[in-house]
Design a protein around this ligand. Structure first.
Ligand code: OOB
Length: 573
């Protein structure tokens, strides 16, 4: 185990020294970085297939060498240890080349989603003080594809100070080409021509010393509930442990073939056990360009996929499609469902109609991940969201005053452990509320614990809408709504929906004639908000109801505008 040689990254909240020492002594934190893990895999299985993306393939040794070349190219371009780099890539192989190159340098990816727009990206760039931003050129075969280069122009025009370097996978236009950076890095390879390095993948470019495993590896996004999204700093040690443990729980080995159907940078497909888990085990990752049933069924059959992960609305869409398509899913050992509450009856249908075992995954980018297990009784698999994956996870279910509740009573879930953060990045004030004095993370989820440790998600205390796995912080959208000249007051609430679990409803008090939904949506888009945050519905009221202590009474709003129990919610889109 290598000792910390540098003070922690400013803004990162480390585990207390004695706790860190315990996690090392327990063997959770092994001192190996992601850059080293890939190196070890490449040495053990140079010729095994690591990644499949469309017609392109990367063997382990090719991925390893490409990451080295890009790391060298990035280094020459002035990106170094601890520099933040916003990575906003779709499901393409380059995602892994970029991320492992940054890991090797000790530079920190900030994981944005392709759906993010000017408001979100500007915030990440500013808050993380990012030096670079990686995007992809639109797919030439798709005339409707969004062009992130146009977004980059818009974002750069609105930023003060030194602009980040924009790096583009594909046609870069006026920006920096990812391929050119990689070629530049290959040029620095000791004793090898760039061509030879690319073909053999054996020449190691000269790189500065990498990070130690106790350092921050990347910044992940929180779903958030207050204001702008918070950033979550995860270390090599803690994240590698969560992945190793996920592999054990899910039985991932060299023969695993993972289909990445969800957006690749999200914590669920990245680490539970996800693409990184399968790469750490020496398996193969297949990247799906889209999550639709036709695309994914074809890839599952073609590559004999053994495991994939979806959110509940996607599980329903696949179930519906399977009725007419009759796909060959015989290779699937797990269909993982998580990110939002899976209805028990949908969970039951998966096993019966798709013919593969379902695994419920209840996790969070902040850390704690719960899985149902292969040997759980079927009833627990369909009706619970699993139990903590690590024997060293500490979870508590408490009342409003942080007093422990007996099993079976719903309460607030608190979590602490070897891969659950102790604070958000650069968010001191928020951290005082989001964590207990003794380091438990307040998840904001309301759960019931069964005597065997399984958790049932009953609801949420945080002011967040979970739109089919996409998290929307109500306060963030309300802030944008209030900027509209005709909006006097606004509250965003989630209403039940048969398809997405929840849809968002903006309840507004108008100043003069009330704006229509289309006008509000256009306004929010203009302000650069990602599409999934746009209100699905708008209601106008004379005044927002208030609770006894003067807060907006969202429960009353949900009761007023939500679908009454027993009547069908809105139909599938
Ligand atoms: C995953 O991570 P995040 O950070 O996008 O969202 C975390 C929140 C949880 O606190 C909970 O409110 C909700 O999403 N959630 C679920 C759930 N899984 C996540 N609510 C009910 N049932 C579930 N199965 O969403 C995430 C991260 C890693 C693995 C899986 C999901």
């Amino acid at each position: 185990m290598s000792a910390a040689v540098r003070a922690p990254l400013p803004g990162f909240v480390p585990w207390p020294d004695d706790v860190a020492a315990r996690y090392r002594a327990l063997g959770c934190w092994t001192g190996e970085t992601f850059g080293e893990l890939l190196r070890r895999r490449a040495a053990a299985h140079p010729d095994r297939l690591a990644l499949v993306c469309g017609e392109r393939r990367w063997r382990y040794t090719e991925l390893d060498a490409a990451a080295d070349r890009l790391a060298a190219g990035l280094h020459r371009a002035g990106i170094g240890a601890r520099d933040r780099v916003v990575v906003q890539l779709p499901n393409v192989g380059e995602f892994f080349v970029v991320v492992f190159a940054l890991f090797r340098l000790g530079a920190l990816p900030v994981f944005a989603q392709p759906a993010h727009r000017q408001a979100e990206i500007s915030h990440f760039l500013r808050h993380a003080e990012a030096k670079a931003w990686v995007i992809a050129a639109p797919d030439a075969a798709d005339p409707l594809a969004f062009d992130h280069r146009a977004l980059a122009r818009q974002v750069l025009a609105g930023l003060d100070g030194a602009p980040p370097r924009v790096i583009v996978a594909g046609e870069a236009q006026e920006f920096t080409s990812l391929a050119a950076l990689e070629a530049d890095g290959a040029g620095t390879a000791a004793g090898a021509s760039p061509g030879a390095a690319r073909e053999t993948g054996r020449a190691a470019p000269a790189l500065p010393p990498g990070p130690t495993a106790d350092e921050v590896a990347f910044l992940q996004l929180s779903g958030g509930s207050t204001g702008l999204p918070k950033l979550i700093a995860r270390t090599h040690d803690d994240y590698a442990y969560s992945i190793r443990r996920s592999n054990e729980v899910c039985g991932i080995g060299e023969d695993a073939v993972y289909l990445c159907a969800l957006p690749v940078a999200h914590n669920f497909p990245l680490s539970s056990p996800g693409t990184l888990g399968v790469l750490m085990a020496g398996g193969c990752v297949v990247l799906a360009p889209r999550p639709d049933a036709d695309t994914c069924f074809r890839l599952i059959a073609a590559h004999r996929v053994t495991i994939t992960a979806v959110v509940p609305p996607l599980a329903q869409a696949w179930l519906d499609a399977a009725r007419t398509r009759r796909p060959d899913l015989s290779s699937l050992r797990w269909l993982q469902v998580g990110g939002a509450r899976l209805a028990d009856d949908i969970a039951r249908r998966i096993g019966a109609e798709l013919g593969c075992p379902v695994q419920q995954v209840f996790g969070m980018a902040e850390g704690l991940v719960n899985y149902t297990r292969a040997d759980d009784p079927p009833e627990l698999v369909v009706s619970t969201q699993g139990r903590p994956m690590s024997p060293f996870d500490e979870v508590r279910v408490v009342d409003d005053d942080d007093r422990d509740l007996p099993d079976g009573t719903p309460g607030h879930l608190l979590a602490r452990g070897p891969y659950t953060i102790r604070g958000y990045y650069r968010a001191e004030q928020h951290n005082a509320r989001a964590f207990t004095a003794d380091g438990y993370y307040r998840t904001g989820d309301i759960v019931r614990r069964l005597p065997g440790g399984h958790l049932v998600v009953e609801g949420r205390a945080k002011d967040q809408i979970n739109r089919g796995g996409d998290k929307i912080a109500a306060e963030e959208v309300e802030g944008h709504l209030l900027a509209h000249p005709a909006v006097f007051d606004a509250a965003l609430v989630g209403l039940p929906d048969a398809w997405l679990g929840e849809r968002s409803c903006a309840v507004i008090v108008a100043r003069g004639p009330a704006p229509k939904r289309a006008a509000l949506v256009a306004f929010l888009r203009e302000r650069g908000l990602a599409d999934y945050k746009l209100p699905d519905r708008v209601e106008v009221v004379d005044a927002l109801p208030k609770t006894a202590i003067g807060k907006v009474d969202k429960r009353a709003l949900r009761a007023r505008f939500g679908t009454p129990p027993g009547t069908p919610a809105s139909a599938a889109p």
